[in-house]
Design a protein around this ligand. Structure first.
Ligand code: AMP
Length: 284
């Protein structure tokens, strides 16, 4: 496994591999790696010749400075995990490397309504920050295939839009969410939960399953309300959203026609940690 910290070094190295005919898979991360991240690396290894993983805690996507300050950093362990997973190249850029002109001068991406709903509504500016960093990383790595987790459902849609806007010929692969045996979606943020809160947080998975098992054509508001109540009963202190949406457009569904592919999405706080999760709740 080769580590790069600067843009020209990784760029030149990848250019040689590309010229030699290798296909490149890319897994961008913010570190604090877990098995969910490694499943993306695994997918990349199965589908491309060279797997590049980046670790960069991107300051511009944190609307809450406290959240940024508390984001877990476990670099030594991350590198061991990536080596073991067979990752070929790790990119560890500094803030200056990603944002040579500073973090305040970013390009603005036209994400349309996707930017103002769900995560976009509760984390203003978040998706512009995500697009800034992903755009820059894609420019540097120029992968054939980009691997993203469905755990961040809306982010997958945002990056699909970003790639379309940029006109790049990059294939996208969305990888299923890896969960703990308890059902809790793996997340770097779980490291900040106490044992008790981690146990209680499994209510998110159960509430999504509840929606999936009880979704019927007609008005879905009572279903969503029950799921929300389940989270409150389990000890969640605040809920940003529990919603059922069109799986293709993310538009909220109030009355389900029994046909539209739907996804249920949750963002809620427990023990001061904000967790998100989602599940396709109609037949695929
Ligand atoms: P992050 O480090 O949180 O920015 O995540 C980096 C990538 O890993 C993103 O594409 C995430 O969607 C993906 N990811 C995070 N958690 C999981 C999980 N539990 N299962 C699958 N992919 C995940």
């Amino acid at each position: 496994m080769i580590l790069f910290k600067t843009t020209p070094d990784i760029h030149n190295h990848l250019e040689k591999l590309r010229t030699g005919g290798s296909s490149i898979g890319f897994v961008p991360t913010m570190g604090a790696l877990h098995a969910g991240h490694l499943s993306l690396v695994d997918q990349s290894k199965k589908n491309t010749n060279i797997t590049v993983c980046s670790i960069f805690v991107n300051p511009t996507q944190f609307n809450d400075p406290q959240d940024f300050a508390r984001y877990p950093v476990t670099l030594d362990q991350d590198l061991l995990l990536l080596e073991k997973a067979g990752c070929d190249i790790v990119f560890l850029p500094s803030v200056g490397e990603v944002y040579p002109n500073g973090t305040a001068t970013g390009e603005k991406f036209d994400l349309g309504y996707l930017e103002s709903i769900l995560e976009g509504k509760y984390r203003p500016g978040h998706f512009q920050g995500v697009c800034q960093v992903v755009h820059r990383l894609l420019e540097i790595v120029r992968p054939d295939t980009l691997f993203l987790g469905r755990k961040d459902y809306q982010q997958c849609m945002v990056i699909k839009k970003l790639v379309a806007l940029s006109g790049w010929n990059i294939a996208l692969q969305f990888v299923p969410t890896l969960r703990e045996p308890s059902g809790l979606a793996m997340s770097s943020r779980n490291m900040r939960l106490s044992g008790e809160d981690k146990e209680a947080a499994t209510a998110i998975y159960r509430s999504l399953l509840y929606i999936k098992q009880n979704l019927r054509p007609g008005v879905v508001i009572p279903l969503v309300e029950t799921a929300r109540q389940q989270l409150i009963n389990a000890g969640f202190s605040a809920i940003d959203y529990v919603t059922i949406a069109d799986a293709e457009t993310l538009e909220e569904i109030v009355t389900w026609n029994g046909k539209t592919k739907t996804v249920a999405l949750v963002a809620a706080f427990i023990g001061g940690v904000r967790l998100i999760d989602n599940m396709i709740v109609s037949s695929e």
